[in-house]
Design a protein around this ligand. Structure first.
Ligand code: NAD
Ligand code: AKB
Length: 319
């Protein structure tokens, strides 16, 4: 059985990815790693190591000594936080990637998953059904780091045979853990505020169309891509995934069907400028063709599951 290390395991994606991989492969083979010295409550059912991905020597010694086969590298600053700390965002988002790519180049790791984002696209990209291959001129430090990372993944695959796989996730929506500083976070915040106060002040304009995805679909996509035979993985930059495209007004309207008193207001902030450069919808036919990708959730089913499961006490907890 492959030994798996997930770096950045305490975040929005990591929490659910750790739980799912442990269910599939056994608790002891999936090691969660994060900056925090406290293992998040939800992933206490297996091994945890405190790790700073920027500590190259520590990461290297750990991966070699523990004979890790696969690494999922999730540690990063997301779009909104990255704009506040551009130098550090560039450092964190790039240096960790080089550490694991180099370990794979030296044959210490067999397979890597590294997430990209719809943030690789920019204002000059076609906004409707954004193709897999198209103009990419990102305007945020986050988008620039993801576009560069994609280029390096492809370079290490072409030149050193490193088996690195990647997905350009849309905005991800989940209830097991909170989002970590992105432009799409409103699509999670809205459920907490709807349940808590029956009202939400959205930081994006009502007609801002963005692609989003329910976390269960995103985790399934990640694992399906990682389990696909290598020859089927034709894209070594990163795969487009479409998810569900909606605006703040459209999701608010769906929530109102369940909570008729819910009211939404709009107070756009600096994140509007970022959202305005991102696609409205994505063409993911390449992922479907290469490894059979198909999403399951619709906006209606996502809203239903979120309203049923969002636990407002999570807002006060350090999970
Ligand atoms: P998150 O912010 O929720 O979690 C990131 C985790 O990394 C946190 O637990 C944090 O403590 C940890 N971390 C930060 N610095 C670290 C360091 N130096 N060493 C070790 N761990 C560190 O992020 P997420 O939403 O889970 O995203 C994970 C990855 O997926 C990121 O690369 C992100 O860009 C990408 N992505 C996320 C989304 C989304 O909507 N969540 C969309 C597209 C791409
Ligand atoms: C963000 O908004 O920064 C993330 C992403 C789409 O990469 N959710």
């Amino acid at each position: 059985m492959s030994k798996i290390l997930i770096i950045g395991a305490g975040g929005q994606i990591g929490t659910e990815l750790v739980l799912e991989l442990r269910k599939m492969k056994g608790n002891d083979t999936v090691i969660a790693a994060d900056l925090s010295d406290e293992c998040p409550v939800l992933i206490k059912n297996g091994p945890y190591v405190q790790m700073d991905v920027l500590d190259r020597e520590f990461v290297r010694d750990y991966i070699i000594s523990q004979q890790i086969d696969e690494v999922y590298l999730l540690a990063a600053l997301l779009s909104a936080t990255a704009e506040k700390h551009p130098d550090f965002a560039w450092k964190l988002n790039m240096e960790g990637l080089f550490s694991v790519l180099d370990l794979a180049k030296e044959k210490h790791i067999k397979k890597i998953f590294w997430p990209s984002s719809i943030a690789v696209f920019g204002a000059t990209t076609p906004k409707v059904n954004t193709p897999q291959k198209t103009v990419m001129e990102p305007s945020t430090v986050y988008g620039i780091s993801k576009q560069s990372g994609e280029g390096w993944c492809s370079y290490y695959f072409d030149n050193y045979g490193v088996d690195v796989r990647s997905i350009r996730y849309p905005g991800l929506i989940s209830y097991k853990s909170l989002p970590g500083g992105g432009t799409t976070d409103y699509s999670v915040d809205i459920f907490y505020q709807a349940k808590l106060k029956s009202q939400y002040s959205c930081f994006l304009k009502e007609d801002t169309l963005l692609p989003m995805m329910f976390m269960e679909d995103a985790i399934r996509a990640t694992i399906e891509l990682m389990e696909a035979p290598s020859e089927k993985v034709k894209v070594r930059t990163s795969y487009n995934l479409a998810g569900i495209s909606f605006t703040p007004a459209q999701i608010a309207q769906k929530i109102k069907l369940h909570l008729p008193d819910f009211e939404m207001s709009y107070t756009p902030d600096f994140r509007q400028k970022i959202a305005d450069t991102w696609p409205g919808s994505i063409d993911d036919s390449q992922a479907t063709k290469d490894w059979g990708w198909k999403e399951r959730y619709t906006l209606e089913s996502l809203v239903e599951v979120m309203l049923e499961n969002v636990d407002v006490s999570l807002l006060d907890k350090d999970v």
